[in-house]
Design a protein around this ligand. Structure first.
Ligand code: MN
Length: 262
């Protein structure tokens, strides 16, 4: 848990990809932004873990990004090596977008191994990428993670409302960034989801606010925008997001009830 009460939540940010990444870790701490620092390769684990270890607000995800699958043969072995040290896993998932579809079979094979490793270990929280692949990701989560005490956060979900409902029924959370807001599809998504499953994220530095890369403190504005969509005050929305975060990170029971796969 957190030593201090966080002020805001950025549940998917690539802190290690900013030029001033060490300062980014410190800023999250100073501004009390509860941040999940996701990584794209397990080779980044030791350095990120050391930087996060000096904070109480930053957690690190052990990652193996689907867009990088196949670039380093050693990554899966390293992922398995570090997994016992990691409570958080991400960024992992599938990407069936045009630029990455050619590796899709490989991505599925590796994601399946990752899910099986998490299933055996139990108690992990996964931040998952699902570009044009929400249905496959969901089927794999239902198949491999049901009843294993693992929890899932869909990062930048772009699947259908029906798929979002199916994911929520399983127990998934959804981290929402500013690039998603203002779109009809996102408004429909937020309306369809239980508000207890919503979180905020930036996906910085890959997203932009105006001309600059988004930074974790941009979740303040994301929270305000989300508040107007929920017809709630910014303060109520902030409290909601913090309470969702605490619920998500509560120590799970190994036999925690989850909807059985269909
Ligand atoms: Mn990302």
């Amino acid at each position: 848990m957190f030593e201090q009460v966080p002020s805001f939540v950025d549940y998917h940010c690539h802190l290690d990809l900013y030029p001033d990444y060490e300062a980014q870790f410190r800023t999250c701490e100073a501004k009390r932004i509860a941040t999940l620092a996701v990584t794209t390769t397990p080779r980044a684990w030791p350095r990120n873990k050391a930087l996060a270890g000096a904070t109480s607000m930053v957690r690190v995800g052990l990652g193996l990004h689907p867009q990088l699958v196949g670039e380093h043969a050693d990554d899966l072995r390293l992922f398995e090596k570090y997994l016992p040290e990691a409570r958080f896993v991400g960024e992992v998932g599938l990407d069936a977008g045009p630029a990455h579809y050619k590796t899709y079979a490989d991505q599925k094979r590796i994601f399946e191994i990752i899910l099986e490793l998490c299933a055996k270990a139990g108690g992990k929280i996964l931040s998952i990428h699902s570009v044009r692949s929400a249905r496959d990701v969901l089927s794999m989560i239902e198949k491999h993670l049901t009843g294993t005490g693992n929890r899932v956060v869909f990062h930048w979900f772009t699947g259908s409302v029906a798929e979002a409902r199916r994911a929520a029924e399983w127990g998934c959370y959804f981290s929402i960034n500013q690039a998603m807001l203002g779109k009809t599809s996102t408004a429909m998504l937020i309306e369809a989801l239980p508000k207890e499953r919503l979180l905020t994220e930036t996906d910085g530095p890959f997203t932009k606010i105006g001309a600059r890369p988004a930074v974790p403190s941009d979740v303040v504005e994301t929270t305000n925008l989300l508040a107007s969509m929920l017809a709630a005050s910014p303060q109520e929305t902030r409290n909601l997001l913090l309470s969702n975060l605490m619920q998500l990170e509560k120590e799970p029971e190994r036999d925690e009830a989850q909807t059985p796969s269909k």
